[in-house]
Design a protein around this ligand. Sequence first.
Ligand code: PLP
Length: 370
Amino acid sequence: MNIPFVDLKTQYRSLKDEIDNAIAKILENSAFIGGAAVENFEREFARFCGAAHCVGVGNGTDAIYLTLKCLGIGAGDEVITAANSFIATSEAITQAGAQVVFCDIDPLTYLIDPEQIARNITPQTKAIIPVHLYGRVVDMDSISQIARQHKLFIIEDAAQAHGAVYGSKRVGALGDAACFSFFPGKNLGAYGDGGGVVTNNPDLAKKVRMFKNHGRIGKYDHEFEGVNSRLDGLQAAVLAVKLRYLEEWSQKRLAHAELYNERLAGINDLVCPQIPTDSTHVFHLYVIRTTRRDDLKAYLGAKGIATGVHYPIALPNLQAYRYLGFTKEDFPIASKYQDTILSLPMFPELSEVQIDYVTSAIQSYFSHSS
Ligand SMILES: *Cc1c(COP(=O)(O)O)cnc(C)c1O
């Protein structure tokens, strides 16, 4: 049996008529940049998040960059984020002209550790970017308290957590702004690049809307210089169709995670992800931990099971951040986890037969190698 890491083809087949119709409509109207489909998706996604505004942008990295720029964050400012994330998070901080400040992660949640945040605040700190990594929501109560106390902006990196719920609110409405990616493999994915900035702040929404479109206020009239980073009509049309299924897909992901946890319980040297009770984990990734990670990965690969590592080098340990002069001891948890984490196949269409195949393979690996 071959089990892919994500299966976008099966998902497309299940929605083929709706998607094909939505795309055909854009082609008929030739509304490729901007237009009704983009406005419709922005309205629907903002409503889904329980926020007032969504501004479609070119990708998730730009969503973070544009938010920082439009909040006035740049040279001389520091922005705090997690040591374990995709490089886009820290890259956008640098791109805005600010200084990246990394925090180690919590060993239980694998997310930014609020205690580390408090220790890294200086008079230059302007914002915190908590990353809801793997689809799990960061401890926002603690972070909001720190942000209030030090008058810092909270910008959620929600690229892996579309639809996750924390308390009575959804990701997207937990800070000053939230940045989403609609990269094809994300929980809500387009058929190309796409991103969105979600906020309740009307001034920020207006500014991002101008900034992502050359600072435009009218045809060939520009209040300031911005960039070209727009969500296009075809992507918006695809996203609007898929948004209707997101809730159902999130529930399936959670059910798969519960089944994985059940089948993998009790194996020595294997730690399954915790399923939180204070939030709804949307399991963008299902990540286990074992000291025999590389060997297990190879074993599963030989059985046709695709796996991933998110991420094999924690951000402060990347060559790109060598200039910061850190050693692995500065981020002990993230540095230890980079060598032990393993992401198993996870997508809504995953079947029980497929999960059985994966978990049986893992059980047989541990029963033969211990
Ligand atoms: C995917 C991702 C991004 C960047 O999104 P793009 O649309 O690929 O630019 C940012 N942060 C995290 C945590 C991501 O997973």
